[in-house]
Design a protein around this ligand. Sequence first.
Ligand SMILES: [Zn+2]
Length: 643
Amino acid sequence: MFRLKRCAAHFPALLLTAIGVSIASAQKAPIDITADLSDAPRKLFHADIDFPVSAGPLVLTSPEWIPGHHMPGGPAGLTSVVFTANGMTLEWQRDDVDMYEYHLTIPPGVTTLHARVESIATRRVSQRLAALEWEALMLYPAHVPVKEIPIQPSVKVPAGWGIGTALKPVSGGSYPIPSAGAVTKFEATNVEQLEDSPILTGLYFHEYPLAPTVSPKHFLDVAADAPDDANLRPAVLAEAANLVREADALYASHHYSEYHFLLTLSDVAGGMGLEHGQSSDNGVGEKGYADDVHQLPEADLLSHEFTHSWNGKYRRPAGLHQPDFAMPMHGALLWVYEGMTQYWGDVLAARSGLKTADQYKDGVAMVAADLDYTRGRDWRSTQDTAVAASVLRGGNPAWSNWKRSQDYYFEGELLWLDADTLIRKMTDNKKSLNDFVKIFLAKGGNTGPLIVTYTFDELVQDLNQVAPYDWGKFLHDRVDRINPRVDVAGLEQGGYKLVYHDKPTKSERMIQAAEGRRGAGIDCWYSIGLRLGADGAIADVLWNGPADKAGLAPGEKVMAVNDKVYSADALREAIREAKDPSKAIRVIVQADSFVSTMQIDYHDGERYPALERVEGTPAYLDDIIKPMTTPEKAPEQKKDSAE
Ligand SMILES: [Zn+2]
């Protein structure tokens, strides 16, 4: 159940209708918006917007429930807005219930309303690049389906900065590098599509065409803080091209007229992964693709966001489609929208060479172990983490294993692995989840950008087309019920089991090495139940684990271990020494302005998750990650070692 934010008393139905009619007639001409990113290095965006209007009341709004965010965006995006008409400033009032809405009265004789909008850019911007998601600057008439509002976009960027976007230039072809003050004008679109079409711009910018034999066209648009980083390695470009071919083979349809991976490489502009129908907004660190070690932590980013073009954008749960960006989202099917995307993003990364087969398997082991050591599964279903996505997203990470976080991503990955291997098992490997997505995601064949909603029942029907089974029960059992242990059926049906070793896998060591340059900590989660930063700050404590029982808490800081000043090595050594039951793990812990000594009662040594092959069983997991296409160019041999 949900409650509409707007109460009927606040917007009498008659007035609402009248405003809608007035806008509909006024909206034959498009809104004209020019985003000005010339001040991006000062972290300021501006826009000039002209609205075709007629005399009378007008309600403008900015988007609240932005697709892909799974939570309200917050109305603070617009820092200031000044309305003028015929040279005069117009007064306005904010709606006192819906903070996103601006109420104006258009005077007689006015046909164009101008808005000057300023926005402080808090992320996705550096001295050398910027990514614009249009909600930072956009206003449009409220209470009208956004796909029915025509809009004519343009952009100004700093002189010499390249432009990447799925929007099409009016001039046709590719974008010329703009000179100072130049305005790049795009083809007219509607508000729904503009919100779905971010712009990447940067001084060190490259647009790489990918897999030219695949139609329609695909591009990797890269902006970096340093010129060398924008020159992606040939291996990365080959893997990205493989990704395009693999997705083309798997999904057997497309729902874009051209696809642009927009990618920033910057330690300043922040990490990002936001899906769009014809593009995706991706952000990694400035060395994120510099070598195999740095590539591994985000190796499934491009494949995940690309998959969303089919799963999430084209096919969308009915409750996650907001025709006006104002209706609250229902997250109930996010374990499909995100969970199945997590599954295919990871599988496609392995099929295209963005990660190796071993890296894929090590990653699945880490996912399964992490979820199994999530104590919140004693009280909360996976479904509840999806329904509550908007309040779990961005929350305080302390005790997150007891609260659970957005587990619908990785629980979804294991659920769809379970479904894939079950179909293979039932059909002697003749059918698989590949066949399911060809039905579920390719309905209607090739289309332009389009949203086709679905329900739980359609999911079940389509699974039954591949292999008859009680899929409704299968899904309900895994999603709706409280399951204290993780679903490892997919691993076991895939020919593997989850085990723990006293040394981390090569992949885990590579990820630690990649993160080390930012001061990575130590993960003692499966031994003493602690995750610590490089300085000993406790990121989280396993609920009811050994460190919890000893009295440690997130936010405290380990200062010393067994009479030595804290270091990751000192803690690991103490855990190893405590395999001797007579030896304790003593820690001095700072909590606020106090210190105390605690003793962790644990004697099983270090433990790190891995997959182990069960010989004599079908290795469906290996079949799943085999490429469906022949690479045009073999990727470089990946190094599996962190050394
Ligand atoms: Zn996603």
